[in-house]
Design a protein around this ligand. Structure first.
Ligand SMILES: C[S@@+](CC[C@H](N)C(=O)[O-])C[C@H]1O[C@@H](n2cnc3c(N)ncnc32)[C@H](O)[C@@H]1O
Length: 467
C-alpha cells in the first residue's frame, strides 16, 4: 500500500481542508487561481464555451510552478484546450489530446491559430462568396422555416464546398427554427465552405461555433444559452409555444467582431500540438508526434481533468455546434461513454496513467483535477475525496507515480458552469480535488519544492518566468 499518512503543511489550505477527512497528505500549494477572474488568461481561451472546462488561471498556477519555457505541457483530456493553450501563451510547448472531435477542433484552432490577417482575409473571401449567391442561400433559409424537411430546404454537407444548389442533406427543423432566414443561409454557406483540416478555416469554424447561440447580440441565435444546447425537442416546443422570432444577425459581421475579441492579445509565439484519440493511448501518440517534429518526446508537466464520474453528454449538449462542424452528436457520446461507475472509472484511469507515465520526464509532474467534493446543505460530502484516494491508490500508485499531495480548490458555486443545471446545483459549494503526482521520486520532490513558489498573476505577462 502507498504511504498516504503524512500531511504536508496542512494549515496553509484553510479551514475546510482541515474539516474534511482524508488519508492523503495535503500539499502546501495555495489555490490562488480562485482569486482571479474567470476570464483571466489569454484572449483565445473563451473562443467557444465548453462544458466542465477549468479556468486558465488554474492551469497557470501549475504551469508557472512546475514548468519552464520550452518544456512540453500535456493535457490528455484537453477539452477546449485550456491547459495547452495557456502553456503555449507562456512559452511552453502545449500538447492537447481528446477523443471528442469538437474538443479536438477547439484545441487545434487555438494551438495552431490563424493569424489575424489570414483570418480576416479568408472571412472577406467567404463574405464575397456568399454575396454572389445571397438570394439563393436566403431562399433556402426561408424554405427551411416554411417547409421543414422539404427538399427545397436541403443544404450541402459540412465541408463539402457545395453551393446553394447542392442539396445533400435535410436541414433539421430544430436548426431551421433557431435562426433568421438570412442568418441561416449565411451559416449554411460557411458550414459548406469551411474545411476543418485547413488551419485558417478551422480557426474560423471554431470561432463560429463559439458565437452560434447565446443570449446577447453577439450571438447568431438567441434561442438557447451559450454554454450548452437545449434539447432539440425543447427548442421546437419553445418556438411553437412562444412564437419565437429569431433576430436577423449578419454572421460575417458577428464573426468579424468575434475575431477582434480573440486577437485582443498577441498570439502565442509557440505553436502547439492537438491530437485526436483515446487518452488511454495518448502517451504513445504524444511521443510520436513530438518526435516527428524533432522535439524532446517527453512532457515535464501534465495538467488535466479527466471526464468526471457523472454523466456529461458532450455530443448531445453541443448538438448545434456538432451539426455546424459536421459531427454526429450521438457517435461522440457513444465513443466517450466508458466510465460512469466508480469501478470502471478507476480502471479507465489506471490505463490512462500507466500509458502516460513513460511519456513524462523523470522529474515530471502530473496534476489531476479529479472532481469535486459537494457541500450538501452546509455539510461536506466526502465522495470526491474518497474518489481521489481511490484514484491514487488504485490507479496512480500501481502505474508507478509518487504522491506529492492533494490540493483543494474551494470554488464558489456561482462561478461554476454547473449552476446552469438548476437551483439545486447552484446551492451546492464545489471543491475541486486535485492530485499532484511525481512521475518518479524526483518528480515528487520537485512538486513539493515548488509548491509554495509565489506565482506572478500579471496578465498579459510582461516577461516569461523561468523558475
Ligand atoms: C472535464 S473535460 C476537460 C476539460 C478541459 N480541462 C478544458 O478546460 O476544457 C474532460 C474531457 O475528456 C474527454 N474525454 C472523455 N473520454 C475520453 C477518452 N477516452 N479519451 C480522451 N478524451 C476523453 C471529453 O471529451 C472532455 O473533453
Amino acid at each position: 500500500m502507498p504511504d498516504t499518512t503524512r500531511r504536508v503543511h496542512a494549515s496553509t489550505v484553510g479551514q475546510l481542508a482541515l474539516e474534511l477527512p482524508s488519508a492523503l497528505p495535503v500539499l502546501a500549494l495555495e489555490a490562488d487561481w480562485k482569486d482571479q477572474t474567470r476570464l483571466w488568461g489569454h484572449s483565445l481561451h473563451p473562443m467557444c464555451s465548453y462544458l466542465a472546462s477549468f479556468p486558465a488561471a488554474m492551469a497557470h498556477a501549475f504551469i508557472a510552478r512546475y514548468s519552464r519555457p520550452g518544456d512540453v505541457v500535456l493535457d490528455p483530456f484537453s477539452g477546449r484546450g485550456t491547459a495547452p493553450v495557456q502553456a503555449a501563451a507562456e512559452g511552453r510547448i502545449g500538447v492537447g489530446n481528446d477523443l471528442n472531435p469538437l474538443a479536438h477542433v477547439l484545441t487545434a484552432a487555438k494551438l495552431d491559430p490563424a493569424t489575424a490577417v489570414e483570418a480576416r482575409t479568408r472571412l472577406l473571401a467567404l463574405r464575397l462568396g456568399w454575396l454572389a449567391d445571397a438570394d439563393a442561400w436566403t431562399a433556402i433559409g426561408r424554405q427551411a422555416g416554411l417547409r421543414p424537411g422539404h427538399p427545397s430546404a436541403f443544404i450541402p454537407r459540412a465541408g463539402s464546398g457545395g453551393g446553394p444548389d447542392a442539396r445533400d442533406e435535410a436541414l433539421p427543423s430544430e436548426v431551421a427554427v433557431a435562426f433568421h432566414a438570412v442568418t441561416l443561409g449565411q451559416v449554411a454557406h460557411l458550414r459548406s465552405r469551411l474545411q476543418l483540416d485547413d488551419r485558417v478555416d478551422r480557426f474560423l469554424a471554431a470561432a463560429l461555433a463559439g458565437i452560434l447561440h447565446g443570449k446577447t447580440p453577439a450571438y447568431l441565435s438567441t434561442v438557447m444559452p451559450n454554454t450548452f444546447s437545449m434539447a432539440p425537442r425543447y427548442v421546437r416546443a419553445f418556438v411553437e409555444r412562444t412564437g419565437y422570432e429569431p433576430p436577423e444577425r449578419d454572421a460575417f459581421g458577428s464573426l468579424g467582431a468575434k475575431l477582434d475579441r480573440l486577437y485582443r492579445q498577441p498570439l502565442p509565439n509557440t505553436t502547439g500540438i492537438a491530437l485526436l484519440g483515446d487518452a488511454r493511448t495518448a502517451g504513445l501518440r504524444v511521443r510520436q508526434a513530438l518526435r516527428e517534429r524533432g522535439m524532446g518526446d517527453r512532457a515535464r508537466l501534465v495538467v488535466t481533468s479527466p471526464p468526471y464520474l457523472r454523466v456529461l453528454k458532450y455530443g448531445y449538449y453541443n448538438w448545434l455546434r456538432t451539426w455546424l462542424l459536421g459531427f454526429d452528436a450521438n457517435a461522440i457520446d457513444a465513443s466517450l461513454d466508458q466510465a460512469h461507475q466508480p469501478e470502471a472509472y478507476i480502471g479507465f484511469l489506471r490505463e490512462v496513467l500507466a500509458d502516460l507515465r513513460p511519456a513524462l520526464t523523470d522529474d515530471g509532474i502530473a496534476v489531476l483535477v479529479i472532481g469535486d467534493v459537494e457541500m450538501d446543505r452546509g455539510k461536506p460530502s466526502t465522495a470526491g475525496l474518497g474518489l481521489a484516494e481511490r484514484v491514487w491508490e488504485e490507479a496512480a500508485y500501481p502505474a508507478g507515480f509518487r504522491l506529492a499531495g492533494l490540493v483543494r480548490d474551494d470554488v464558489a458555486a456561482n462561478r461554476k458552469m454547473t449552476r446552469l443545471w438548476g437551483v439545486e446545483a447552484g446551492q451546492a459549494t464545489k471543491t475541486d480535488v486535485i492530485l499532484v503526482l511525481g512521475a518518479t521520486e524526483a518528480g515528487r520532490r520537485r512538486a513539493l519544492a515548488a509548491a509554495d513558489v509565489p506565482v506572478d498573476w500579471t496578465w498579459p505577462q510582461t516577461r516569461l518566468r523561468a523558475l
